[in-house]
Design a binder for this molecule. Structure first.
Ligand SMILES: [Ca+2]
Ligand SMILES: [Ca+2]
Ligand SMILES: [Ca+2]
Ligand SMILES: [Ca+2]
Length: 510
């Protein structure tokens, strides 16, 4: 069914608004425009394209890395961008209120020829911001990089109150706690705008506080202003979890997008009678085949949890399945592999040892979710030992190593010697793992470092294809990032934050 010859990005459109939703008209318009872009033959002299990969803000052909340091208490947030600068690297620091930099990512909002600076724009989540007097309602800041003045320009601030964004701001919703959008590893002909997905894990539904929500929209320019249009909201009732059953689920605590698939973690979800067992919602944008553009394939959202027959393990209170999610590409196929962290999983009486589940998602097949197996530190091929409080799976990502995609897992609760919760990171199936006492890793093991609490979420767009590793507890929560660790032949380095309590490395991109 799948025709791999078509470049992925140009075939993916969104038609997801359900009847009766306010955005239906706007969505229809957007789809019309996007379909026209797919169907119409572009003039050979002016073929629109996005040169290079996502996250290459300065468009020199190399991805640029982003580190969030959200701070806390009296320490304000900041975001550090390392621009590769065509061999003349430069660092730019953006500053904001407490919480600014809790999440970092990128989005494409290419509309017309010449929108080169919109091929990949910087997105910064700032979930602690007050909106219309509502504390912690949250906001997302979008920046484009102006290569003539070599600066990021704020395009706009999007909140749940922005025009055409569905929903309304709420105290404590924490809109922007997570952000995600599709990324592209190489240049794209006929680029189109991509949805930006924003998690609000503290969003309340009627009778269900902290049910959580994921909001999506496309960014567009209107009269020089940034506008958000044509998206939807994803709530737990969309997958059949209704009323008070959704309370405390915190949907949107973790997000990952790959191609036409979105994974959204709801680690607090009650499954059966078990509070906080957790779940993951999979949502799908239409999969459009070039020779049958009028007949796209699209699934309704699907809920995955450990009590499904096809998912290994049993849903138990406090598993926190969905605290971390990551989608891994599958070559020449619209399928993706879903990796889910359950850092609260107890194993053999060892509380919060943690587990990871891995399974395939098939957006082109009638049953999108396949079988899921589980992996922990006692599984052959895994470094370390199963111990209480490891919290294996607090972060999950992937790396392309020796021509194979490997799952990378953060274990921030790992103890080494007398250093409690110093943390480690490991690559499944290779027996390899590293902590700050490993010979090539700088920084030293100290209590509370929490190495592996965060990982780069989209390493596939980076040279070497391995995620950076966050150490947000390093040096009294000054924070640090370990780079080059998994990349063959790369120099392993540590970049430290500048302020105690800044939590440098709490968010990483790509
Ligand atoms: Ca660059
Ligand atoms: Ca379990
Ligand atoms: Ca361990
Ligand atoms: Ca350390």
């Amino acid at each position: 069914m799948w025709r791999p010859s078509q470049a992925g990005g140009s075939t993916m459109i969104w038609a997801g608004a359900r009847p009766g939703r306010a955005a239906a008209v706007a969505v229809t318009t957007t789809v019309g425009v996007l379909l026209a872009g797919v169907l119409a033959a572009a003039p050979a002299s002016a073929e629109p394209e996005c040169l290079g990969a996502s996250s290459d803000f300065d468009r020199d052909g190399s991805a640029d890395t982003v580190v969030g340091a959200p701070g806390g208490g009296s320490v304000r947030g900041s975001v550090t961008v390392h621009l590769s600068g065509g061999g003349d690297p430069r660092t730019v620091v953006l500053r904001g209120p407490v919480g600014f930099g809790t999440s970092v990512g990128q989005v494409r909002s290419y509309e017309r020829e010449g929108d080169d600076e919109f091929c990949t724009q910087l997105v910064v989540g700032s979930p602690e911001e007050t909106v219309n007097g509502m504390p912690r309602a949250g906001a997302v800041h979008v920046y484009s990089y102006d290569s003539t003045v070599e600066e990021f320009q704020l395009r706009g601030r999007v909140t749940a109150d922005s025009e055409s964004v569905l929903g309304v701001p709420q105290t404590g919703a924490r809109f922007g706690a997570t952000v995600a959008s599709a990324s592209f590893a190489e240049e794209t002909i006929d680029p189109v705008s991509e949805l930006l997905w924003v998690g609000s894990p503290g969003h309340d539904l009627t009778g269900a506080p902290d049910a959580g929500r994921v909001t999506s929209f496309v960014l567009t320019s209107g009269d020089g202003e940034l506008l958000a249009t044509g998206g939807d909201v994803l709530d737990l009732p969309d997958v059949g979890v209704r009323g008070s059953a959704a309370a405390g689920a915190r949907l949107g605590s973790a997000l990952s997008v790959r191609g036409t698939v979105l994974a959204a973690g709801a680690p607090g979800l009650r499954v059966g009678g078990d509070a906080g067992a957790g779940g993951v919602v999979l949502a799908f944008t239409p999969l459009v085949f070039p020779d049958e553009p009028e007949d796209p394939v699209q699934h309704a959202p699907v809920l995955v949890h450990q009590d499904l027959a096809r998912v290994a393990g049993v849903a138990e209170a406090g598993d926190a399945f969905g605290a971390a999610v990551h989608l891994v590409p599958v070559r020449n196929d619209p399928a993706v592999d879903l990796v889910v962290g359950s850092p609260g999983e107890d194993l053999g009486g060892r509380a919060d040892a943690g587990m990871v589940s891995v399974g395939r998602v098939h957006p082109a097949l009638s049953t999108p979710a396949g079988d899921f197996r589980s992996v922990h530190q006692g599984t052959p091929g895994s470094a370390g030992n199963v111990e209480a409080g490891d919290r294996f799976g607090s972060a999950v990502s992937s790396a392309y190593l020796r021509w194979t995609w490997r799952v990378v897992v953060g274990v921030p609760g790992e103890d080494v010697g007398s250093a409690r919760d110093t943390g480690m990171v490991q690559v499944l199936g290779t027996d390899q793992g590293w902590h700050q006492g490993s010979p090539e890793v700088p920084g030293g093991n100290e209590t509370g470092d929490r190495m592996g609490a965060t990982l780069g979420g989209d390493p596939g767009v980076r040279d070497g294809l391995a995620p950076d590793v966050g150490v947000p507890g390093e040096d009294a929560a000054t924070g640090a990032v370990i780079t080059g660790l998994l990349e063959e032949g790369a120099v392993v380095d540590r970049e430290r934050g500048t302020t105690a309590g800044a939590r440098f490395g709490q968010a990483l991109a790509p």
